[in-house]
Write a protein that binds this ligand. Structure first.
Ligand code: AQP
Length: 332
């Protein structure tokens, strides 16, 4: 039976990229009746320094973001990673299965550690092995993520395959990435070649789920574009990353294909298209930010949801961890 796992780091505010690439699709999967586990990956977040008070707040706010985006804590298991010890325990086994060379090839490692790799944390380097544990400790079969996580997912598959080979078993299923829809890679509003990211120094580069209506409208109005109107058809977007990005966002927000959007909007100048997109973004995001603010007023409700989620997650993960230890030969 299919089982979906995915995670988001509580390392700052949520962006439109997180919403369209992850949260919105998480709610869709849950509503198709599939078993779904969604995790606030706080242990991934601390691979780079996090102020403790911010981490606490970001974890709760992320949980609020999941719920406000339509993830139902009854239907889905919502929890934070550090509360299910099996993630870290299985990650250690996978640290011993994965190879240094695999990790060194990860583009996110190269981007985040940069030229100063000697000073990066060991955790940042080993991040993909923990991510493999996050997924495989539930025998998850499907992992909905944005395009940027594709390489890490391949490494998870490599770890599952190597573990199975090393121990002569077929214990770990090899999970499939689910990267679909018009917004698998939402780009920066200031630079069509960079992904929209919560850590971009420019706040104008992204839309935050907590932005108010005026801010959202202003950011879209000021988004970088070329001077030409939208092309008549989708083919004309190929060489125009900024225009393509805005059309992709429009398509994802309306659950349309890019071709459908172009049939409707093709030929319009940005002076007409941007206000439409701004109104649409405000209409879709305002209820989410209102609901997040409401949930954050009483964090005891959120904490109770996370606690209950961790219990349910533990009940699945613990037997899989114990079975892994048996396969490895650890006495218990
Ligand atoms: N721009 C994006 N377009 C589509 N999907 C995206 N995701 C993130 N940015 C985009 C998806 O959101 C999920 C959670 O990501 P994360 O917060 O755990 O880590 P990240 O990808 O590293 O997010 P950021 O915003 O880019 O943070 P920083 O700047 O700290 O690296 C994933 O499914 C991801 O694909």
């Amino acid at each position: 039976t299919p089982r979906v796992f995915s995670g988001i780091q509580p390392s700052g505010g949520l962006t439109l990229g997180n919403y369209l690439g992850a949260l919105k699709r998480f709610a869709d999967a849950q509503d198709r009746g599939i078993e779904t586990l969604y995790c606030m990956v706080d242990m991934h977040a601390i691979t780079v320094w996090q102020d403790p008070a911010n981490l606490t707040r970001a974890t709760r706010e992320l949980c609020a973001g999941f719920i406000a985006s339509g993830v139902d804590p009854e239907k889905s298991i919502l929890f934070n990673q550090s509360q299910v010890a099996a993630h870290a325990q299985l990650a250690w086994v996978f640290n011993c299965v994965a190879r240094m060379g695999w990790m060194k090839r990860m583009t996110q490692w190269k981007d985040k550690a940069g030229k100063n790799a000697e000073n990066a944390s060991l955790g940042l380097f080993a991040y993909p092995a923990l991510m493999a544990a996050d997924i495989l400790v539930y025998h998850a079969t499907h992992v909905p993520v944005g395009e940027d996580q594709k390489q890490h997912l391949e490494l998870t598959r490599d770890i599952a395959i190597k573990f199975n080979n090393d121990f002569g078993t077929d214990f770990f299923p090899v999970p499939e990435p689910v990267i679909e829809g018009a917004a698998t890679r939402v780009m920066s509003l200031r630079d069509g070649s960079k992904k929209m990211s919560k850590s971009d120094p420019s706040d104008m580069s992204r839309i935050n789920l907590t932005d108010d209506a005026d801010t959202i409208a202003k950011k879209i109005r000021k988004a970088k574009t070329d001077p030409e109107p939208l092309p008549e058809g989708p083919d004309g977007l190929a060489e125009r990353p900024e225009a393509r990005n805005l059309v992709n966002i429009y398509a994802a927000l309306t659950d349309q294909t890019v071709a459908e959007v172009m049939a409707e909007q093709g030929g319009k100048p940005f002076s007409e298209f941007k206000p439409l997109l701004a109104d649409l973004a405000v209409a879709k995001l305002a209820p989410i930010s209102t609901e997040m603010a409401r949930l954050m007023q009483d964090t005891s409700e959120i904490d109770a949801i996370l606690r209950r989620g961790a219990e349910r997650a533990n009940a699945i993960a613990e037997p899989i961890l114990q079975r892994t230890y048996d396969i490895v030969g650890m006495v218990r």
